[in-house]
Design a protein around this ligand. Structure first.
Ligand SMILES: *Cc1c(COP(=O)(O)O)cnc(C)c1O
Length: 363
């Protein structure tokens, strides 16, 4: 079967086609058990093997230092907006945390955290509709804070942190949902990094959480068991029946990535893909990018057209040409091409060609 379309949706997003084929091929019989992956026990040896293998693959792909744990946590990325403050705020008596507000998800994370402690916005780019990563004062990094929080790639607005702030002894927590494993990151610089699975890793509804060991065991007493990272760690993410299918898909995606040459190799491809789209935006006045040039994302490319009418025509004609889900988020408007790891260069090339042709006909 041929890949029918190029899907540019922000999430759930395109998965590597060979992974989908493998899921289909082995769906009725997982590892010669005669049963499907969604039928076998999460306590079976076969599932335990899969889980250990997945931990090892992840650790290998990101060169994870030994004092970090990989957890598979229920509820997607937004659930971590609650879990992070519940697990980390009590580290310090002040129950304070510092948040960078760089987009919708950063704001939602902050609003959730405000239920639990003293949350300070260290910098915000709300005033320019989140078209950049804001500057901040290093002197605002209050040593009393339990953690500093940021969203590494802002999915809706198409910006990203190209370099992360040095927060010294204050643990840095990052939401890397829309760029996990798309670029080389030094995990030893983070206290906690999490990612909802549905953009670069697998199906929706779960998050991968990587936490430095010394940050475990500080949770509020009222923290639900299934949001307590310490319990996930002690029970190898199996305090209850976890999403076995999602973990299986993550496993296959990690193997695919390893086979593609790993994170450094895919990062080069990702940069080349994004560069082609941005080169087009920079060459013409017909398309205008939303993100400031210095803060552009390599995963989500946001742009607009000269009028609402042209945008509508662009969205319907691109879709007819097999380039789907290019509509931007309502808070930015315009169009957005999400080009995660699984989007091949051919998909971006086809989009660039379509955009040039559309401009010729309508510009
Ligand atoms: C998609 C996304 C989320 C929300 O993920 P859910 O799993 O739907 O909660 C959070 N943060 C970022 C950066 C995202 O891109």
């Amino acid at each position: 079967m041929k890949q029918p379309i190029y899907y540019f949706g922000a999430g759930p997003a395109k998965l590597p086609y060979p992974v989908l084929e493998q899921i289909q091929a082995e769906f009725l019989d997982f590892r010669n058990m005669g049963s499907s992956i969604i039928e076998i026990s999460h306590r079976s040896k076969q599932f335990d093997d899969l889980l250990c293998e997945t931990d090892d693959l992840f650790a290998e792909l990101v060169s994870l230092p030994p004092n970090y744990k990989v957890l598979y946590v229920h509820g997607g990325a937004s659930m971590q907006f609650s879990a992070v403050p519940m697990n980390l705020l009590p580290r310090k008596p002040s129950q304070k945390a510092l948040y960078f507000e760089t987009g919708n998800f950063a704001r939602l994370a902050k609003e959730e955290a405000e239920k639990y402690g003293d949350i300070v916005t260290i910098a915000s780019s709300a005033g320019t509709n989140y078209d950049r990563i804001p500057d901040f004062n290093r002197t605002d990094l209050d040593a009393d804070a339990s953690y500093v929080y940021l969203t590494s790639n802002n999915t809706i607005f198409g910006t990203r942190w190209h370099a992360f702030p040095d927060t010294g002894d204050i643990p840095l927590v990052i939401d890397a949902t829309s760029e996990i494993l798309s670029r080389v990151m030094d995990f030893s610089k983070f206290g906690l990094i999490f990612a909802g699975v549905q953009k670069n890793l697998g199906p929706a509804g779960m998050a991968v959480v990587v936490i430095r060991e010394d940050l475990l065991g500080h949770a509020m007493k009222t923290t639900p068991k299934l949001l307590n990272y310490d319990i996930y760690n002690k029970k190898h993410s199996l305090a209850n029946t976890n999403n076995t299918f999602a973990i299986y898909v993550i496993n296959l995606v990690l193997k695919w990535l390893k086979n593609e040459g790993g994170v450094a190799a895919i990062e080069k491809v990702n940069e080349a893909k994004a560069a082609r789209l941005y080169a087009l935006l920079d060459k013409t006045d017909f398309y205008t990018g939303h993100a400031q040039v210095a803060h552009r994302s390599t995963m989500n490319v946001t742009f607009n057209l000269p009028s609402a009418e042209l945008l509508d025509r662009f969205l319907s004609q691109s879709s007819e040409n097999g380039l789907t889900a290019l509509k931007g988020h309502r808070s930015v408007g315009g169009a957005r091409a999400s080009i995660y790891n699984a989007m091949p260069m051919e998909g971006v090339a086809a989009l660039v060609e379509f955009m040039q042709e559309f401009e010729r006909q309508n510009g």
